[in-house]
Design a protein. Structure first.
Lengths: 959, 466
């Protein structure tokens, strides 16, 4: 879906005039820089220095679950309450709120899957300088320094991470607006800089000249006119005024990471995998926005926000989860990037009775990070790893894992804005069969509705939706229709009337229903933060409510940032109200709630039996639990193809495995070569959907001549053959939170050569993909990691050594993919017209031997679409292992049961030597000799037709 | 293990079902034409010769041959194909991947023998429907083809008429040019009149050939007047033109010659591409150009063809307006040189327009000219493309027309329309659609594309194997 369309009629003319500058790039002027976002400007003006905060050790309380301690700002005497938790699984939670806020500050609900279980903290020592707490077994300590306040997490003698070591803890406490004359007079003599200091009431002035005067001004900060300039009580961007009845409320905290040069995550940004330093530019921004024609390689906010950053070094991987749903900016600086760095604050010596911590020298690389949010509280989860796998598990234990999608959702999706009518859908469906290209889902964008009224159908174009859906079902295929969260204000529209009468709309600052422009024209925005609203919304997906829907119809939530065409930055006014809370407080959560309610609806309509499939554009931490995301409205350009890799890798690192980019590019029309390369790349990315803008020429795979049709067919067929492996990877992502699509460093954490790589990636541990993303590419240089390891080209079976840069000549048909020696990958070689058609087909096992002639893999099978795998343990999960010249299949889940008709069709062993015979042994004691073929030139052994059922124990012995 | 006994004899199934089996035994999925390669109990050699396998590995649900020929009846080979006999309908090959995939592909249900799918044998019904529609099509084709012969005949006649007319026009044009030259030549004092004195020097005009042209004789030539203006001169010219000898060549001559040459270019240039470009150029300026009227005048809705009308008369309404002929002449020349199909069977579409009304728009196709769309309830017309070229596949070039360079789309291409021509008794636009934004598709029936009908017997039985 696009950010907009010209055919919307006169309603949007004005808006379009503003937005359509006629250029092919984002109009940056529509979106705020840090300087234009008042709180960011105020906060960023605050430079590192000594923190005005002091821990009041006498207030320390230690219970079984947490430590509490008050902090005081010595400038304004405002007190904060610090809570420290030791969480199970090697995590520390740091919560800071005002001790006595004027009114409650927002704490993000519904993102954590539960109240994270704690482990006791024990006090190791305490004196007037601070306290030392034990963080459990790994000789880890948490040091609370009192004056100035800071936290250090140590392991042995090493500092893992420090908080407020640069003194950037800042808490704009809630206050009553004061516009007295005396304040005005007084403040007029103050410069803007003085005001900033007043806001935080901190002593960071390098000269320290006015210190006395400021403290004389008691606890209250400056207000009035100059404050207004600072945007504390009101802020105007373009023509939009943001009323701030609660005044300034932003928060900030810095983190220092000694020994760290690489940080990742905090999606969504169209940027490299390794995050860049932000010195001299804007911070990375997290604020869900509908950005029209986004630009690459900059820190601007996009559709989704996951405030999770991973740090990685050869020694350790850690994560910082900043649980805050307000507009957030993240600054990153590094002492190794660019020039010589100023003094290392982290080298500060903590010296207490019994503990003398010598800290890193200034030679150590260090990354400093600063988080700034507009409102809410500081609630940080520090995931201490130490391995990447540990961090993924830790984060999964907090926010849950990837939803396990129906198998078919991992297959190929055909989308376009728009398939015009039922005949068009039938013709495209037929086109796939005629050209023998598999697909599982065809998608309908907004034009399928009756005047952009979601849950309805255009009566002329789609008069018989059930006939259409039945036609797809007869081919064992499925459909997705779009349901956006903006609701046409129209008293003849049932959905609107019900939402209005139930009072479920978001309210404007004056208490009326909030209205804005979107596709249907004037629209209301349901308050998805309200659980009653979500329950009602979910009920609208019932088959008797959503007329024309059937069980093979799933849902796409677009525009859920939310997009408001005439709103500030094309989104909702921050002073709009969700119950008692302002959009300001929870903006980034809206999209998550939309998808949550929709997924719930799809589950409910099937009586809790069927797994849902919902695609969303906006997201937040935890969104992985509800379905898939895509990278929004990209462009048919080579650079956009390339950026799809780091964008999805970044999402995978922070829980969202089910990620993809519009194949072909949404805006503009791709060259045939680009389209082919995009299919080849997309076939190896988790969410595989082609999509195109309304105004682009058609691009179904068969429209570019037989050669290109064949190339695309081949790419899609490779995807289908590999579906068993994809499904298994998603089972793991669902089970343990491990990403499906991984940067190389995740599996080779000590190999520094991999740390910045984002032109290739791993699927699980065992497949390495280096797609061709260069126009006219004649070769790629793939890095094959792992000293002493080997990799096999999956197409030619050629063996290559690990730990090398391998130049691979390519043609237009090449998709460089390698299987790790030591792995076993199941495939289904019989590619059919949809994944459902392949359900009972036999498996081919690809056994790639390690240099030590060993290999291991898995096979996961269930019904592919229900929750029975979970609720009734109806699945098959087997360990496949090759060792001592024997390949065997053993049950990994003895408590489970499932019957499959699928059998083992063929076993291909790469890197094998020629046996004299191969014997299949089954549990009934039978032994059968297997025929085999041996290709000596490639050392490939192919065992013919073991024929054994995929769900039972068996062994093949080679002699 | 699901690899059941797959060497099922199709005859068996058929025999039980219909009692009318004449079929020979063959492995599942093998067409009659390849039966010979599958000899029971003899080793099977892959059809590409790549290897030879025991016969019990044919259709044993494991792919042994690279070309997939050992598994004609299972889904084991990724590149295999399955043959359904479809008795009562038309036999077909389907990709092996559609065997037992739960979807009924063969109307005789033979592709789903082990998937649990419940398929109905629909071959007879499909055969009946197919025969019916073929019959209807055959009738249409037959009548259409007769109409086409008429069209060809008319086109031929029209072409001849046009050529005659063109010659006549050119002759008249030349004559008119000479007349103008003569007038200017004669009008020595450039007062806009040819007087007796001015004409008198032309002794060749002497009616009695006595060597002297008297004043009375001259006045007689001028129709009794002392002097004549340009319009009266026309009558004079018709009397004197055969005798008249020009004085020396004048600048007037030079002014006209190049245009004549240009005209000749058109006559000799049978590449019709010339036309649309020219046309398009004029079209684009249309908004504020009076030539527009000219066009409008030409486009007359069905039944009022302009060709053969009074057009040519416009040419010599006045001496000084001589160049106006150019327009008509050029049009005629273009038309004569135009590619109206192998036998000019499409010529009758020229200067016609055909409309189709949908719920929102009126679509208008003016063949060899333009396609447009006009909202039914107010709003201006949108140009969906100007005549581009014939755009059918190589073996059937005249089955499609392409109109392009229509009005531009926002951030998109210029609008264009593909017109698909199918055989029909009537000339009519049957449907329009916009499969891709700003790329329109129009279906248009005309007798001009009707092919010589095969005999009905051939149509009905030509493709049936049995």
């Amino acid at each position: 879906m696009a950010a907009f369309i010209v055919r919307m009629g006169p309603l949007l003319v004005l808006w379009l005039a503003v937005f359509l500058s006629g250029t092919w790039a984002v109009d940056r002027g529509n979106f705020k820089t840090c300087d234009q976002s008042a709180f960011c400007k105020r906060q960023r003006a605050l430079k590192p220095g000594q923190s005005p905060y002091r821990a009041l050790l006498e207030t320390l309380e230690l219970t079984n679950t947490k430590l509490t301690l008050q902090l005081i700002n010595d400038n304004n005497k405002v007190r904060l309450l610090l809570e420290l938790y030791r969480l199970q699984g090697n995590m520390t939670r740091v919560k800071i709120n005002e001790l006595k806020p004027l009114k409650p500050r927002f704490e993000v609900p519904d993102v954590l899957i539960n109240d994270p279980p704690t482990e006791p903290l024990s006090l190791l020592s305490q004196d007037e300088n601070g306290v030392v707490l034990s963080l459990g077994a790994d000789s880890q300590w948490l040091i609370v320094s009192a004056k100035p306040f800071r936290l250090d997490i140590m392991e042995g003698r090493e500092v893992l991470l420090s908080l407020n070591s640069r003194g950037l803890l800042a808490f704009e406490h809630l206050r009553i607006r004061k516009d007295t004359i005396s304040y005005k007079i007084k403040n007029k003599v103050y410069s803007a800089w003085e005001n900033i200091k007043w806001v935080f009431s901190s002593q960071v002035d390098p000269e320290g000249a006015e210190k006395k005067e400021e403290t004389d001004a008691a606890n209250e900060p400056a207000e009035g006119e100059t404050a207004k300039e600072d945007g504390m009580w009101e802020e105007t961007f373009k023509s939009h005024t943001d009323n701030k009845p609660n005044g300034p409320s932003s928060i900030s905290l810095d983190f220092s990471l000694p020994g760290v040069e690489h940080v990742y995550g905090i999606p969504e940004h169209a940027d490299s995998l390794k995050l860049k330093t932000t010195d001299g530019g804007d911070p990375y921004r997290l604020f869900n926005l509908d950005v029209f024609q986004y630009e690459l390689f900059n820190p601007m906010a996009l559709y989704g926000a996951i405030p999770v950053m991973l740090s990685h070094s050869a020694q350790r991987t850690m994560g910082i989860f900043w649980l805050n749903a307000a507009e957030t900016w993240v600054d990153i600086s590094s002492n190794t990037a660019g020039k010589v760095r100023h003094t290392h604050t982290h080298t500060h010596l903590v010296n207490m009775e019994g503990y003398n911590y010598v800290q890193g020298s200034s030679e150590t690389p260090q990354t400093d990070v600063r988080w700034i949010s507009e409102s809410g509280i500081i609630d940080v989860f520090i995931m201490l790893g130490p391995t990447p796998t540990d961090v993924f598990s830790q984060y999964a234990s907090l926010t849950g894992t990837q939803a396990f999608p129906p198998l078919s959702a991992l297959a190929y999706h055909q989308c376009r804005w728009n398939y015009n009518d039922q005949e068009d859908v039938a013709a495209v469906d037929q086109g796939f069969d005629e050209h023998d290209i598999p697909y599982d889902f065809i998608w309908l964008d907004i034009e399928h509705t009756d005047g952009k009224r979601y849950f309805t159908w255009d009566p002329h174009k789609f008069p018989q939706p059930k006939d259409m859906l039945q036609g797809l079902m007869d081919k064992r295929r499925k459909m997705v229709t779009i349901v956006d969260p903006h609701i046409k204000v129209d008293s003849s529209y049932k959905i609107h009337n019900e939402i209005r009468s139930k009072g479920f709309y978001v309210k404007n600052k004056d208490g009326g229903d909030y209205e804005g422009w979107c596709w249907p024209g004037n629209s209301g925005y349901p308050d998805f933060t309200n659980p009653e609203m979500r329950a009602w919304w979910a009920s609208m997906f019932a088959y008797d409510q959503y007329a024309g829907s059937m069980e093979n119809m799933y849902t796409w939530n677009d525009m859920n940032e939310p997009s408001v065409f005439n709103g500030p930055e094309v989104t909702m006014h921050k002073d709009a109200l969700h119950g008692n809370w302002e959009n300001r407080d929870l903006h980034n959560l809206y999209g998550l709630y939309v998808q949550m309610a929709t997924a719930e609806g799809l589950i409910e309509r099937s009586g809790g039996v069927e797994r849902p499939f919902v695609l969303t554009r906006a997201f937040f931490a935890g969104s992985q639990r509800y379905g898939a995301v895509w990278t929004g409205d990209n462009t048919a350009e080579w650079e956009h193809l390339k950026i799809s890799i780091p964008m999805c890798l970044s999402l995978g690192l922070v829980g969202v495995s089910f990620c993809g980019a519009d194949v072909g590019g949404f805006f503009k029309s791709p060259s045939t070569e680009l389209l082919v390369r995009w299919y080849q790349t997309g076939a190896y990315q988790p969410f595989f959907r082609a999509h195109a803008h309304l105004d682009t020429p058609r691009r179904e795979p068969w429209l570019f001549g037989p050669e290109n049709t064949a190339l695309i067919r081949e790419a899609v067929r490779q995807r289908y053959a590999l579906l068993p492996y994809w499904y298994q990877l998603f089972y793991h992502a669902h089970h343990s939170g491990q990403p499906v699509m991984r940067p190389l460093w995740v599996e080779y954490p000590q190999d520094t050569a991999t740390f910045s790589m984002d032109d290739q990636f791993l699927l699980g541990r065992d497949l390495l993909v280096h797609p061709v993303t260069e126009e006219g590419g004649r070769g790629v240089t793939a890095y094959l990691p792992g000293k002493g390891e080997v990799w096999f080209d999956v197409h030619t079976f050629q063996k290559h050594n690990g730990a090398q840069n391998l130049y691979i000549p390519v043609t237009i048909s090449s998709i460089p993919v390698f299987q790790r020696g030591g792995s076993i990958i199941p495939r289904k070689a019989r590619v059919r017209r949809s994944s459902s058609c392949m359900e009972h087909d036999p498996y081919t096992l690809f056994v790639a031997l390690s240099p030590k002639r060993f290999a291991q893999g898995e096979l996961y099978i269930d019904d592919g679409h229900t929750f029975n795998f979970d609720k009734q343990k109806q699945f098959i999960h087997r360990r496949l292992s090759f060792a001592n010249k024997a390949l065997s299949s053993r049950n990994l889940a003895p408590g489970s049961q499932f019957i499959t008709p699928s059998w083992i069709e063929k076993i291909v062993i790469l890197g094998a030597s020629k046996p004299s015979k191969a014997t299949l042994k089954t549990p009934d004691g039978k032994e059968n000799l297997l025929e085999f073929e041996f290709d000596a030139s490639m050392s490939v052994l192919t065992l013919r037709k073991p024929g054994v059922n995929a769900g039972v124990d068996w062994t093949v012995v080679l002699q | 293990m699901s690899c059941a006994l797959l060497l099922l004899l199709t005859s068996l199934a058929l025999a039980m079902g219909t009692g009318a089996a004449v079929e020979i035994q063959r492995p599942r999925g093998v067409p009659q034409s390849k039966r010979q390669f599958y000899e029971e109990n003899k080793p099977f050699t892959c059809l590409d010769g790549s290897s030879t396998i025991p016969f019990d590995r044919v259709n044993d649900d494991y792919c042994d041959c690279r070309d997939g020929s050992d598994e004609p009846g299972t889904a084991a080979c990724p590149n295999g194909s399955f043959h359904c006999s479809n008795a009562g309908f038309r036999p077909a090959f389907i990709p092996s991947s559609r065997i037992n995939d739960g979807i009924c592909d063969c109307c005789d249900t033979t592709d789903e023998y082990n998937s649990g799918a419940t398929c109905q044998n629909t071959c007879r019904e499909m055969g009946r429907k197919e025969r019916e529609s073929l019959q209807i099509m055959a009738e249409i084709t037959k009548e259409g083809f007769l109409l086409k012969q008429q069209l060809i005949h008319e086109a031929k006649r029209g072409q001849e008429d046009k050529q005659v007319k063109q010659k006549e026009l050119i002759r008249m044009e030349k004559d008119k040019t000479r007349m103008a030259e003569a007038f200017l030549e004669l009008d020595d004092d450039s007062d806009g009149y040819v007087s007796v004195a001015e004409l008198q020097s032309h002794l060749e005009l002497d009616p009695d050939s006595d060597g002297s042209l008297t004043e009375t004789e001259t006045q007689g030539l001028l129709g009794g007047e002392g002097k004549v203006d340009t319009s009266t001169f026309e009558t004079v010219w018709s009397i004197i033109k055969d005798q008249y000898l020009s004085e020396v060549s004048t600048y007037v001559m030079k002014t006209y010659t190049p245009q004549e040459e240009q005209s000749r270019d058109f006559v000799s240039d049978h590449d019709s591409d010339h036309y649309p470009e020219d046309y398009a150029g004029e079209e684009e300026d249309v908004e504020d150009d009076e030539e527009d009227d000219h066009e409008e005048e030409e486009e007359k809705v069905v039944g009022n063809p302009h060709i053969g009308g009074e057009g040519p008369e416009l040419g010599y309404r006045s001496l000084i307006y001589g160049p106006e002929c150019i327009w008509v002449c050029r049009n005629l020349e273009k038309e004569i040189g135009f590619d109206f199909g192998p036998s000019a069977e499409f010529a009758y579409l020229y200067s016609q327009c055909y409309e189709l009304s949908t719920s929102e728009y009126i679509y208008r196709l003016c063949p060899f000219n333009r396609v447009s769309q006009k909202p039914k309830f107010g709003g201006s017309e949108t140009n969906l493309g100007l005549w581009g070229q014939w755009a059918g596949p190589e073996d059937n070039l005249y089955s499609m027309m392409k109109y392009d360079h229509g009005q531009g789309c926002w951030q998109g291409p210029n609008r264009s329309t593909t017109v698909k021509l199918t055989c029909g008794k009537e000339t009519v636009v049957t449907s329009t659609s916009e499969p891709s934004r700003c790329e329109y598709l129009m279906e248009f029936t005309t007798p001009a594309v009707c092919q010589e009908p095969a005999s009905l017997d051939e149509v009905l039985h030509g493709h049936t194997e049995l």
